[in-house]
Design a protein around this ligand. Structure first.
Ligand SMILES: [Mg+2]
Length: 276
């Protein structure tokens, strides 16, 4: 993919630079530097983890974010209709049609798609550690079943922007700008990327057998028809957990027991595909 893109950019006489990241968090610094040098688009080529690092590097700079399919999960690239084929990617980047998208923030870090606390974060933590020799969807499904055997839900106090308070021990709480995470799980099927609101799914406990049976429904968003899934929309949400828990954010695992989610409406310029 990259040699084709580079040849296209060179022949089109576009001003570009290519940086190869060398490790975790490296893309944050590299993207910030690119924005400071005056590049008006920073392209993340490497999946949702890279997208999250790039956006945290360029947030507030005015530079636009673009995403090329390239990692285990490409949920963000899909959400903005980025094509997979190299020539089409080049045309989209050259055209540079920009749309302003909401940004979420929690635990001091920005996100542009969806994050989760609870069962899904525990699965993501396992996937991040590596489920060899599996990858992609099969690694996720393996980690889901492995986590099912040991997972104990944590007590949470959930407070929404309008003052609504819930106290329960849910299986998971997902919060998002976009609809999917984890490589195509449509956890928030009604989320709108620029409505100034966070979509929230509080998924209550069910038996392991029921969870194993209903799990595939998350890929089509049909899980929201279950009585265990309740959706909310809010400008903010606070989670107070009975103990320190992982949160998965676009490939990154963060930890906390007090999580305050906020939204910055239309805060990130994003290059979108032609069908957006
Ligand atoms: Mg929204």
């Amino acid at each position: 993919m990259m040699p084709i893109i580079e040849r296209y950019f060179r022949e089109a006489h576009l001003d570009y630079d290519i940086y190869q990241t060398s490790g975790h968090q490296d893309a944050i610094t590299a993207a910030r530097k690119a924005a400071e040098e005056g590049f008006n688009i920073v392209v993340a080529a490497g999946g949702d983890g890279t997208v999250n690092e790039v956006l945290n590097g360029i947030v507030g700079s005015g530079a636009a974010l673009a995403a090329i399919h390239g990692g285990k999960g490409n949920d963000f690239a899909v959400s903005v209709d980025m094509p997979k084929e190299a020539e089409a990617v080049c045309r989209v980047l050259e055209k540079a049609e920009i749309k302003m998208i909401d940004l979420g923030k929690v635990l001091g870090r920005h996100f542009i798609n969806s994050v989760g606390v609870g069962f899904d974060a525990t699965v993501a933590m396992r996937v991040n550690r590596g489920v060899r020799p599996l990858n992609g969807v099969s690694a996720y499904i393996y980690a889901v079943f492995e986590t099912l055997l040991t997972y104990r839900p944590v007590e949470m106090e959930i407070e929404l922007g309008d003052g609504t308070r819930l106290k329960q021990r849910p299986m998971l709480v997902a919060v998002g700008i976009g609809r999917t995470y984890g490589g195509g799980m449509m956890i928030l099927p009604e989320a709108i990327q620029d409505d100034g609101l966070l979509d929230i799914c509080v998924f209550d406990q069910m038996s392991n057998l029921a969870l194993a049976y209903h799990f595939p429904k998350v890929y089509s968003g049909k899980h929201v028809e279950l009585k265990e899934a309740v959706l909310y929309r809010s400008t903010e949400i606070a989670l107070r957990l009975s103990k320190q828990c992982p949160l998965h954010m676009e490939g990154e695992i963060l930890f906390g027991n007090q999580m305050h989610f906020t939204i910055e409406p239309k805060a990130m310029p994003v290059v979108v595909g032609s069908m957006f």
